[in-house]
Write a protein of this length. Structure first.
Ligand SMILES: Cc1cc2nc3c(=O)[nH]c(=O)nc-3n(C[C@H](O)[C@H](O)[C@H](O)COP(=O)(O)OP(=O)(O)OC[C@H]3O[C@@H](n4cnc5c(N)ncnc54)[C@H](O)[C@@H]3O)c2cc1C
Ligand code: HEM
Ligand code: SF4
Ligand code: F3S
Ligand code: FES
Lengths: 597, 153, 122, 233
């Protein structure tokens, strides 16, 4: 066997790969960008997709409910209504120019997906079928509208598969199971990003990828919370890497809690369950959403529903006085449950061992989606600071980016739309960049520092295991930085996260091998999580208002005078608290109004 | 504990063939495997009648009617062309069906290479000989006056 | 491979393989045996008496069982090959084949064993 | 309650041969086997290696041989698995480390069946192509595949002959062969008719019993076979 035995830690020189463009992350955003790049630049172009998971394992595949576009296939609809809903749903922190682009391009993008092969459910006439979803309304808020295009409750699965399939067809190069650890940003090249440094998981070797344009589409970081719908691998790698490189993170304080997570497990029960007619009941058997949102009821936007659940629980009206309520879907009937929501029904049967047709389903809000992330313009170009200066060669799209089309709270189905529309636009913008840019130079300093950091981690024999620290972090964030926040809780959380960061400098990895060292991988991911948590808490402490998903007990009102602006958090220097700066939200058509549903 | 070496031959370098890319469809081989697939199924259906019929007559009916299998018995059956054709069909179909099956089984459990070719070669040779022998016996059998001394003596 | 828990349908396939090979081996021998026909009545009849005893008869019963099983299961396979929808009932069909073989072998086995059975005074 | 977890361990950097190791893991009946593996990895032995991501049966990362059957560790609960649980890597595959096997061959086969829609004609009005609900229903079952590999690695025909393209790849070919929008059916059928294609299926049904998505794989294989008969006589 040609293997390096344990104990021999001399690392070979990094292997280098020269590509035209490199995409990090093979979720919906990354794959669509790669596909557009390939279609734009032609068969000769070397477009690489690096992913720490096999592409079809990406979390886009877990998305269920649908992707919205004002196709108007089942009832009248208009993309401007969609635009309004998005802005209102985001509690007016949305950049309206970006949301306009998204809602307008939605129609064409969804149709393009159909052309690529996505098996949408169909209407009897053979058109793409649509259904209701939370926060989506007719005629600027009059009542619910059918806008979510769907493929059973596997919309994300089909988006992911369809895009992967077409990437295979167009011969995109896939580097599967490589974990990106750093950006190549050689000093003195006007801050240009021209590649990434990655760990090949199968061999433990450090590889260096050079490219004329780099896209980050690494997904979210829900794993900073204890109860979350996110996968174990959603650890904010891309977000943290950008942050460490001195780039800002936008609106990190806004993290969406989805109202219907499975109790304790956190897995998501899609909003489609309510879209099809399911509703929430409290311990007294009341449909309590009628009180909080008289028009939209259970289909009000997610932050509203999640807060309502917490208020019921706080008032002692949880089931048996505990911290959960029930979702009632019994009346939907076997046909709807088995044909339109087969996977949801399956989850309930498998993990709770109960029958949704006859039993009430215990649910609890679950950490779901990061509205914030790496700031970009409408073509996925990353912003270097609050003034709007760009980072040459660097792009971001998907959940790890913040365009910001979701503002303070994302509407259901708008995230798949975000990854598609902006993944695609980023791809097109990158093709432009590739044509313009010249051959990149290597960043040997980054290579060396990644190798050194890995060696140091592996060499340490005493310290704490990552799992312990991660567990404490998740507990802290969930209880002190969750649906309801307050100055006192946030300050506690801040202190604890700081402590954990210090302790994490002494992480110990038990596995000293090279091949598939997942122990090392988890340690690295914990460090990424800690960075995300730090930026999140710091941004949340500063925002003294309640807006969208950021609900503060001590500042219960929205404050448009002082806070109609995006937070930009910068990593200052190790140890010091992040520096915060602000950038006004773009308002074009819809003036902020109080938000009711 | 030595477990399943054959199942997990950990050979060589763990490095992958990255980047992975669209595999070109393999060139379609000529459809031998396909025709044998059909042949197996169709011959199988015919064999239900032929083989089961044969077994029922030779082992069950004979028993029930209190007869014994003897030269005379064979003479009486092969006196009519119907049974000769019947047995001829049975012979050819069962042999080809069964031998093809055996070929597949060898292919499944013997690694590609010399031994596999050798075994399959031997199988085919044996089959060929037996097929000729069987056909010869059925076709040349003379019910009227069977010779006291056979052609092989 | 050998630690994979055997399911009924996997067993059914294994049985199909074994019975197929068994019948094939018998067929090989049968052809050789029948070649004695070419040597005339006396040779043939002597060889036949050779085969009239209990062990050979038991072997023939096993052969019968193998063939019955192989045909029934073969029919199941052919049905699923040509009418894919029948795959839905693969489990009941597998049980039916196994039960069917056993049921069919009771009378067949009894008839075949008759001449050598104790109640026939041999 | 403690569960006895037996794991077949193998690390080529340290071991010459695979060996069993036992762990006592505290567990609730509602815990998944994946939770037990995590417990071992996080608090007992950090070197335990396996793949996982979503933890609720949608990504297909964690197919392994648990209690003698291929299943997803995240979909198998302790209350069904019992108090003595054995976990091994999926059979018929090259083990890279512990429960993690080499899947490159699996993906190569998947990619070799043209698993993508081929149809570059777009309706003149620029809208979606029409497809009736019935036409959509035709390939619904096979479109659920998450490429976990549980089926292919449970197939005795594949164990015997690793060149067999395998049920997972056929399922994904079926997904497109029966899509009314596709234009490359003939080519795909030609690939399927290869000597190592559908003919290697011996209707053993281990695949169906292993599939976490409940896909009737054998039916799909036989439907593809029927199409070869009909469309490529
Ligand atoms: C359970 C659930 C249900 C949802 N349902 C809906 C819905 O119905 N509608 C809707 O609109 N949205 C929904 N969402 C949200 C939406 O699915 C996600 O926001 C979106 O899929 C994110 O896609 P992405 O492309 O940004 O990233 P992901 O799909 O998460 O992909 C991340 C990729 O990055 C790779 N990666 C990460 N780190 C690294 C690294 N260091 N090196 C290399 N590669 C790396 C991963 O391997 C992966 O390929 C849902 C989310 C969840 C969790
Ligand atoms: C009586 C009616 C018969 C039927 C309906 C029948 C049917 C079949 C079928 C459908 C197969 C294919 C199985 C598969 O691919 O999974 C098969 C295989 C086989 N048959 Fe038969 N058969 C019959 C008689 C025989 C006879 C008489 C013999 C022996 C000479 C025989 C020997 C075999 C062998 C060796 C195989 C290969 C098994 C395998 O590949 O697993 N069969 N049979
Ligand atoms: S068919 Fe089923 S078992 Fe096979 S890869 Fe797909 S989901 Fe997994
Ligand atoms: S287990 Fe294998 S033989 Fe066919 S029915 Fe399934 S692919
Ligand atoms: S971890 Fe995703 S399927 Fe089990």
């Amino acid at each position: 066997m040609s293997l390096v035995r344990q104990g021999d830690r001399s690392r070979p020189r990094p292997r280098t790969h020269d590509l035209d463009a490199v995409v990090v992350g093979a979720g919906g955003a990354g794959l669509y960008a790669a596909l557009e790049l390939k279609r734009d630049l032609g068969p000769e172009a070397r477009i690489g997709v690096i992913s720490k998971l096999y592409p079809t394992r990406s979390h886009t595949g877990a998305a269920q409910g649908g992707v919205c576009a004002a196709l108007g296939n089942t009832e009248e609809d208009n993309w401007e209504w969609h635009w309004f809903d998005t802005v209102k749903g985001g509690d007016y922190l949305v950049d309206q120019d970006a949301a306009e682009v998204m809602c307008h391009d939605a129609v064409e993008t969804v149709i393009n997906l159909e052309h690529l092969g996505l098996p949408f459910n169909r209407t009897p006439e053979g058109l793409i079928d649509q259904r209701r979803f939370g926060g989506h309304t007719r005629n600027f808020g009059e009542g619910p509208v059918r806008r979510a295009c769907y493929a059973a409750d596997r919309t994300g699965h089909h988006i992911l598969q369809t895009l992967y399939e077409q990437c295979i067809r167009h011969d995109v190069l896939f580097y599967d199971e490589y974990q990106v650890l750093d950006l190549a940003m050689p000093a003195g090249a006007d801050g240009r990003v021209n590649g990434v440094i990655a760990l090949q998981l199968s061999s433990g070797e450090v590889h260096s990828f050079r490219a004329k344009a780099v896209l980050f589409a690494t997904g979210g970081f829900g794993k900073i919370f204890k109860v979350t719908s996110n996968a174990h691998t959603l650890t904010g790698d891309g977000v943290a890497i950008a942050y460490r490189r001195g780039l800002p993170l936008e609106d990190m304080e806004f993290f969406q809690f989805h109202p219907t997570g499975m109790y304790k497990l956190g897995f998501l029960l899609s909003e489609a369950m309510r879209g099809e007619g399911g509703f929430l009941v409290n311990g007294k058997g009341e449909r309590f959403m009628e009180r909080y949102a008289p028009t939209m009821k259970d289909l009000a936007s997610r932050d509203v529903v999640s807060r309502s659940i917490y208020q019921e629980i706080a008032a002692g009206r949880g089931i048996d006085g505990k911290d959960f309520v029930h979702l009632d879907v019994r009346h939907l009937g076997a046909k709807v449950l088995n044909e339109k929501l087969p996977d949801m029904s399956g989850f309930i049967r498998t993990y709770f061992g109960i029958e949704p047709l006859t039993d009430l389903v215990p649910i609890q809000p679950t950490a779901h989606y990061a509205m914030g992330g790496i700031p970009t313009d409408i073509d996925g170009r990353v912003l270097a600071d609050e003034s709007g200066r760009l980072v040459p060669g660097f792009f971001a799209a998907g959940e790890c980016a913040c365009v910001s089309v979701h503002g303070a709270n994302r509407l259901g189905t708008n995230s798949l739309l975000d990854i598609l529309v902006f993944g695609r636009r980023a791809g097109i913008a990158m093709a432009e960049e590739v044509r313009r840019a010249h051959t990149p130079e290597p960043d040997t300093a980054a290579e060396a520092s990644v190798t050194a950091a890995l060696d140091e981690l592996l060499a340490r024999t005493e310290g704490e295991r990552p799992a312990v620290i991660r567990e404490e972090l998740q507990e802290t964030m969930f209880t002190k930085c969750g649906v309801y926040r307050s100055s006192a809780l946030l300050m506690q959380a801040w202190g604890e996260v700081d402590d954990l960061r210090v302790r994490a400098q002494q992480l110990v990895v038990q596995d000293k091998g090279k091949r598939y060292n997942t122990d090392l991988g988890e340690a690295l991911e914990l460090l990424f999580l800690l960075d995300c948590a730090e930026a999140l808490v710091a941004s949340a402490v500063a925002r003294t208002e309640s807006r969208g998903a950021h609900a503060r007990e001590d500042y219960p009102d929205r404050d448009d005078v002082n806070w109609l602006k995006h937070t930009f958090a910068f990593r200052w220097s190790d140890g010091a608290p992040p520096r915060l700066a602000y950038r006004p939200a773009t308002i074009t058509r819809f003036e902020p109004k109080p938000r009711t549903y | 504990m030595a477990i399943g070496r054959r199942i997990w031959p950990v050979q060589g370098d763990p490095l992958r063939r990255n980047p992975s890319r669209a595999a070109r469809p393999r060139p379609g081989e000529p459809g031998f495997e396909r025709w044998m697939w059909y042949f197996t199924r169709i011959s199988g259906l015919l064999l239900v009648v032929l083989a089961m019929g044969h077994m029922l007559i030779m082992h069950v009916l004979v028993q029930l009617t209190g007869q014994e299998i003897s030269f005379a018995f064979v003479t009486s059956r092969w006196g009519t062309p119907f049974w000769r054709i019947y047995d001829l069909l049975l012979l050819v179909l069962a042999l080809v069906h069964g031998v093809n099956g055996a070929r597949i089984i060898i292919g499944d459990y013997v690694e590609r290479g010399g031994l596999r070719s050798l075994l399959i070669g031997m199988l085919l040779a044996l089959t060929f000989v037996l097929l000729l022998l069987g056909i010869f016996v059925i076709v040349t059998f003379d019910p009227a006056g069977a010779p006291a001394i056979g052609p092989f003596s | 491979m050998f630690r994979y828990r055997i399911s009924w349908s996997q067993l059914a396939w294994l049985g199909h393989r074994l019975s197929g090979i068994g019948v094939l081996v018998y067929l090989f021998m049968h052809i050789v045996e029948n070649a004695t026909l070419a040597f005339g009545p006396s040779v043939y009849d002597t060889t036949q008496t050779f085969f009239r005893n209990l062990p050979v008869r038991l072997g023939e019963i096993v052969l019968m069982a193998a063939l019955v099983y192989h045909s029934l299961n073969g029919l199941r396979v052919v049905a699923m090959d040509f009418w894919p929808a029948t795959t839905r009932w693969y489990r009941p069909m597998t049980y039916a084949v196994i039960v069917g073989t056993i049921v069919a072998m009771i009378p067949l086995g009894l008839i075949m064993i008759t001449p050598y059975a104790p109640w026939n005074g041999r | 309650m403690d569960v006895q977890l037996r794991i077949l361990r193998f690390d080529p950097e340290r071991d010459d041969l695979a060996h069993w190791e036992e762990y006592a893991v505290p567990a609730e009946p509602s815990d998944r086997v994946l939770d037990l593996l995590h417990h071992v990895k996080w608090y007992q032995d950090g070197t335990l290696t396996f793949r996982r991501s979503c933890a609720h049966g949608v990504c297909g990362s964690d197919a392994m041989l648990i209690n003698g059957r291929n299943r997803l560790a995240c979909e198998y609960l302790v209350k069904d698995a019992g108090r003595a649980i054995s976990v091994e890597p999926v059979p018929g595959s090259q083990v890279i480390k512990d429960l993690l096997v080499d899947l490159e061959g699996f993906w190569d086969k998947y990619r070799s069946v043209m698993p993508y829609l081929v149809n570059d004609e777009v309706p003149e009005d620029g809208k979606e192509r029409r497809q009736s609900p019935d036409e959509r229903e035709r390939f619904d079952d096979t479109s659920k595949c998450i490429l976990c590999g549980a089926c292919t690695t449970a197939c005795p025909s594949f164990w015997a002959n690793p060149d067999y393209v395998g049920p997972a790849a056929i399922v994904n070919a079926h997904r497109f062969i029966f899509d009314s929008r596709d234009h490359a059916t003939e080519e795909r059928l030609e690939i399927m008719a290869d000597a190592d294609g559908v003919w290697r299926c011996r209707t053993i049904f281990n695949c169906v019993e292993a599939c976490p998505r409940g896909i009737n794989i054998t039916r799909a294989i036989m439907e593809v076979t029927r199409q070869i008969e009909i469309r490529r006589p």
